[in-house]
Design a protein around this ligand. Structure first.
Ligand SMILES: [Zn+2]
Ligand SMILES: [Zn+2]
Length: 75
């Protein structure tokens, strides 16, 4: 039987609390990077890993964005 790994953040199982490196403000989860089209990003870079889900976080205060790898978990 094949166990499917899922991203706990995408599935609402857990939330990530991230502080902005620039202003220490709250970074907000903007969803998976795949859901966004970034003309500057290389295609390979935005591919989902088997063990990771790539999320885009954006600071509410200074608008700086960051990509975070979320470890997928087996249900
Ligand atoms: Zn995810
Ligand atoms: Zn910030």
């Amino acid at each position: 039987m094949l166990l499917e790994k899922v991203c706990p953040v995408c599935n609402g199982l857990s939330a990530v609390n991230l502080l902005c490196e620039r202003c220490k403000g709250t970074m907000e989860d903007m969803g998976r990077v795949q859901d966004y089209t970034d003309p500057y990003a290389c295609q390979q870079e935005i591919n989902d890993g088997i063990n990771y889900c790539l999320h885009l976080f954006k600071c509410k205060q200074c608008n700086s964005a960051k990509r975070i790898k979320i470890s997928k978990i087996s249900l």
